[in-house]
Design a protein. Structure first.
Length: 280
């Protein structure tokens, strides 16, 4: 179990829903080995602070930490991805050129993907022209993972430097921005990979909608707004080993910059305090 916590901390397993699924399996492993479950849950919960799916999955597993329950949780998470992808694809017009950030595909969710699931479904429906893939500094989840997933799915795409998004938007080459999420507060403020907030500001400036696609396991109604979301600070060495550095892994996009939040239940619009509250 401790090895799984290490794998989550070191990003061998990453992406909010995938972290939750891994934590569920890890708790089942701890139970099978007769380990102290409170200690195991505490160690896993501390491995990464921002993605709420982690503590959500541990809570789900509390009363039945069996392998069968972990497998069911995993399968349900993938089903949620397929359902929300179908809802999100309704937002796409013919010939959409979408921009995405980080990796919200099968690798990040246990299967199919959230934001990339939406792109996959839109592609299958003939609605998607191409995907701009932010490389996603500093760890390059976009150019290393998202580009590979899109290539595997046969979806036309091009990797761009994160700083190229503004000029592509200004040139009229981006129709929407689609991302996943690590935690969505009750008012719709959304934590996602660092750089998402910059994209949201840019998108608003250019009149381009930003859609967040995430399962309800990412919605945290106990946290009222963005200021309550813990933001992970990672090792400065991920940026540079030569100079002092600061490395926040996530940022918070204010709800008023989000055109829609899509979950497995459908497309939710502002005011999110109301549309998300209806999820419980
Ligand atoms: O640090 P990571 O790679 O775990 O960050 C992942 C992201 O920010 C994803 O965009 C987010 O988890 C949504 S994944 C469906």
């Amino acid at each position: 179990m401790a090895e799984v916590a290490d794998a989550i901390r070191e990003l061998a397993i990453r992406g909010a829903p995938a972290i939750g699924v891994a934590a569920a399996y890890a708790l089942a492993l701890a139970a099978a080995r007769g380990e102290d479950l409170d200690e195991a849950a505490a160690l896993l919960a501390a491995s990464r602070p921002t993605a709420v799916n982690l503590v959500w999955a541990l809570e789900q597993m509390r009363d039945d930490p069996s392998p069968a329950h972990a497998r069911a949780l995993h399968e349900e998470e993938v089903e949620r991805c397929r359902a929300m992808a179908a809802h999100a694809a309704e937002l796409f017009g013919q010939g959409t050129r979408a921009l995405t950030h980080c990796n919200a595909g099968a690798l990040a969710t246990g299967g199919y993907g959230s934001a990339i699931g939406a792109l996959r479904t839109a592609w299958e429906r003939g609605l998607l022209e191409c995907v701009w893939v932010d490389e996603t500094r500093p760890l390059l989840q976009g150019s290393r993972l998202t580009a590979w997933e899109l290539e595997t799915a046969g979806i036309p795409h091009a990797v761009i430097a994160d700083s190229a998004a503004a000029s592509l938007m200004a040139a009229g080459e981006v129709d929407c921005v689609v991302t996943g999420a690590d935690r969505i507060a009750a008012n719709g403020d959304t934590a996602n990979k660092i750089g998402t907030y910059s994209l949201a500001v840019l998108a608003a400036h250019h009149g381009i909608p930003l859609y967040v696609v995430a399962p309800t396991s990412t919605v945290d109604l106990a946290t009222p707004g963005g200021p309550g979301i813990p933001i992970e600070e990672r090792a400065p060495a991920e940026i540079t080993t030569r100079f002092a550095a600061r490395n926040p892994a996530f940022d918070v996009t204010p709800a008023d910059l989000i055109a829609a939040i899509v979950t497995e239940h459908g497309v939710h619009r502002a005011p999110y305090a109301q549309s998300l509250a209806a999820l419980v």
